[in-house]
Design a protein around this ligand. Structure first.
Ligand SMILES: C[S@@+](CC[C@H](N)C(=O)[O-])C[C@H]1O[C@@H](n2cnc3c(N)ncnc32)[C@H](O)[C@@H]1O
Length: 226
């Protein structure tokens, strides 16, 4: 999969992209992520990409033209690869595990990061196939949401995780939360690992885990069971 990110803060990305599973996925060529400085597509001599909002009001708005030029140039160079353009926005559809799974099937994502008061609405209307939010709160910029999206998608790609089953068994993969997990020691500060997990009886362990998943989901996220 290919991912291109358009941002005015490219320096925010390397610490995340060059760590852990994302770094491994890139090394294994499961993913190719390019982070671009949106200012490279500014026509302004000071490389400005924002301007005052029409109608007045506080703050600045990101101009549409650098986004249009950038996406058009990336598409032209991609020779036929179909881009799925995503605008990160608190007003978008919520990013869920299901949505991450759908995005992981796309060959190429282009992520547009907003800042200031947001992005000129013509970008949403004419450029972005999809407007996505990572939750009902407002962040200062779209870079953190873009990294959240990248992480949620890349870990689903075959070859990214050490163990393919990790993603299949996880919370939300089947509309349930995952069962409780334990590791050594067997006893810690008076709390013992459930005996069933030490039994070596795989079918009974699976049954116990399924029951725990159901109980946990009912207690913590009853909305998922509906
Ligand atoms: C301060 S926000 C703009 C908020 C906008 N004025 C509003 O009220 O909807 C600046 C940028 O951060 C990003 N952003 C903020 N919160 C987000 C969220 N929950 N999900 C995705 N992107 C978000 C978007 O790219 C947005 O353009």
């Amino acid at each position: 999969m290919r991912i291109d990110v358009l941002t005015i803060f490219p320096e925010m990305f390397p610490p995340v992209l060059e760590s852990s599973i994302l770094a491994r996925a890139a090394a294994k060529k499961v993913i190719r992520i390019r982070v671009h400085d949106l200012r490279d597509w500014s026509n302004d001599k000071h490389r400005k990409v924002d301007d005052r909002p029409y109608g007045g009001g506080p703050g600045m708005v990101m101009r549409a033209d650098p986004f249009f030029r950038a996406v058009e140039q990336l598409k032209k160079k991609a020779r036929g690869l179909k881009a799925h353009v995503v605008l990160l926005s608190p007003q978008g559809e919520k990013l869920t595990q299901k949505k991450a799974e759908a995005l992981s099937k796309k060959p190429w994502l282009v992520l547009l990061c907003g800042h200031y008061e947001g992005v000129d609405d013509r970008v949403r209307l004419a450029l972005s196939a999809e407007e996505l939010s990572i939750g009902d709160y407002v962040l200062t910029c779209g870079e953190l949401p873009a990294m959240v999206l990248i992480d949620s998608v890349v870990r689903l790609l075959p070859g990214s995780l050490g163990c393919e089953r990790s993603a299949a068994d996880e919370s939300f993969s089947g509309n349930l939360l995952e069962y409780p997990q334990y590791t050594r020691p067997v006893e810690f500060r008076g709390m013992r690992v459930p005996d069933i997990l030490l039994s070596g009886d795989a079918p009974r362990v699976a049954e116990w885990r399924r029951l725990q998943s159901l109980r946990r989901t009912r207690a913590q996220r009853p909305d998922l069971m509906r």
